[in-house]
Structures are given as structure tokens and as C-alpha cells.
Design a protein around this ligand. Sequence first.
Ligand code: FES
Ligand SMILES: [Fe+2]
Length: 352
Amino acid sequence: MKDLKHPDEDLETNVLSDQNLYSALDRFWHPVMYSSELPADRPVGAVLLEERIVLARLEGEVQVFRDLCPHRGTALSLGWVEDDCLRCAYHGWKYGADGRCTEIPARFGIEIPPKAQLKQYRAAEQAGLIWVCLADAPEYPVPEFPYFEDPSYRFIQVDEYEWECSAQRRVENYVDMAHFAWVHDGVLGDSAHPEVPDHDVWREGGELRFGNPRMSEPATSGKNKSLPINSDTSEVDVSIDYRLFMPFTVLLDQWIQVLEQRYLLFFSVCPTGPTTCKSFTLMGRDYSFGKETDQEMLDFNDLVIGQDRPIVQSQRPEELPVDLTAEIQIRGADRICVEYRRWLREIAFASD
Ligand code: FES
Ligand SMILES: [Fe+2]
């Protein structure tokens, strides 16, 4: 990170800082699609920070380019993969894995103009997702998902979904524990016990960590009903370790105490634009590998995000204010959100 500036807290500066945050986001890795969504034989388009990009598997690796053929501005995502090259659908120009044009079929044998070269971006494939960074030097590594290769876990992929809100509003909602008792009463929380448990919050490398809050969840919820516990048990005690990989990825590692088993959520949000985002979720568990449990968990996730969506999409401004005084913060209860916003603010002011 560059040295932080220390701007005044006036309104003009804070409006500027929200814009600064958006323009700083190109220095981070963001997920743009699941690995399973990119076949070997054709390119697929995506949008990251309003930039239209095209992904293709060339020479054994995912390559990412601006989705624009420099000949006539056609989207290369309309083309196809041929001999480890990307072929434009309009006049058939062919581009290699390094983005250079290798063939202009209308005039075979001519010298290829040096400008016939695609704008290329950094790409990585990890944890079942394809990640892209639009800047040359990513600020932090690609977020890690330590259990993903472990065969004692079963993982399911939740269909990605798009919301009309900023990625930072979406992520803050995901880690805000004070809303469980209200938005998810009887599902993730209990309105008779709305207190947020004490928890520590600290930084570790590029991660915001939340120390082990213990929570009780309804035993009958879709997420818990496949657990082999007594039917007269009404609550399941869990301890949760959160890792928030800045700025938009969360690994929730939930330890189910009575069973000594683990439930995992790997959640990452792509900022498609300043007030739009796309969410990707992988759910993991080391118990009940059956398809019925898969479906229960997917239904449960649908229920939870259906409850969150109208709340988050109603928030104004759509961008999360990086000025801590713009909204009201409650000591203890809003601690995670405060620390998250503080860090986003630093990212905003470290931008050019
Ligand atoms: S626009 Fe792509 S080859 Fe002409
Ligand atoms: Fe929620």
C-alpha cells in the first residue's frame, strides 16, 4: 500500500473518497465466473468494474482480454477457440494466448500491424473460481480456500446472482451479525435474543479477522436439519471463524461443537459496477454427503438471500459510505462494520 493521506472530514472530501474507493478496486483480485462456466472450446464474456472482458482457455490456462477486437470493435466473446487461439466472429482475425494477432484471413501473408494486439489482464484459477485483476500489480494474493482440495469435504456451488447494490454493501451485510435476529428470525437468529456476542476484530495480512463468536442457531433450519442430533434439540451451538479477504471475499468456517464437524461458506463478490455486483458462493461440509442435504442447503441459501436482498438493495447511498460519520455506528454491535469501513477508507485514500 502507498502512504495514506489524511484528508479532512468535510463532505466534499468524503464524496471524493467514495469515488476513490471505486477507482482503487482495480488493484484487487475479483471473481468473474465459476471455473465450470468456462468451456475449452469457446470464450465467455464477463463484466468487471464496468470493463467488458472475455475469458478463454488458451494453451492450458485461462487468458483474459478486453472484450473488443481492435479491428472493428466487435465483442470477442462472440467468437470461438481454435488451435489455442481466439478467433473473432466478424472477420476471423485470430489472436494467440499473448493477445497478439497471428492471422488476418482477408489478406494472408501480410505483415500484421503492431496495433492488432488485445489488451490483456491478469487471471488466476483458484477455489473453483476464475479471478481477474485489472491492474498490473495486485495488492493482495488471490483469496485462499484451505479445505477446497480436501476429499473429506463435499462442496456445492450456488448459482451466482446479481444485485443492484455496491459490492461493499453486499459484503457488509454478509458479515453484519446484528441483523440475523431481525432479517433471519428463526432461520439464522432469534428475535428474542438480538444481542451481538462479544468478539474480537483484527487484521492479518490482507484479511480482516473476527474472533470466534459463539452463536446458537435454530436446529430446524434448512441448514441444520440434516445434522445427526436429537430431535428435541432446539438450538445448535456453533463457533464461527470469519476471514474477510479484503475487499470482497469471506470465508466462514463454522465449527459445530456437539458433532465436532465443520460447515464452510466461501463467498466472493464481483463489483460489476459502482452500484451493481455479482455474488459467488461455495458451500462445504464434512458430514451428510447426500444429494438431499445438498438441496436443503441450496434452498436454505435461497431463503436467506431472498430475505437480505430487498433490505440491501434499499440502502442509500448505494455505495457504502467510507466516511464513518455519515451513518451511525454502535460500539460493540457494529464493530466489524466499523473496522471494515475503516479499511475501505484507507484503500480509498491510498488511491491516486
Ligand atoms: S472486428 Fe474482429 S476481425 Fe474484424
Ligand atoms: Fe443476512
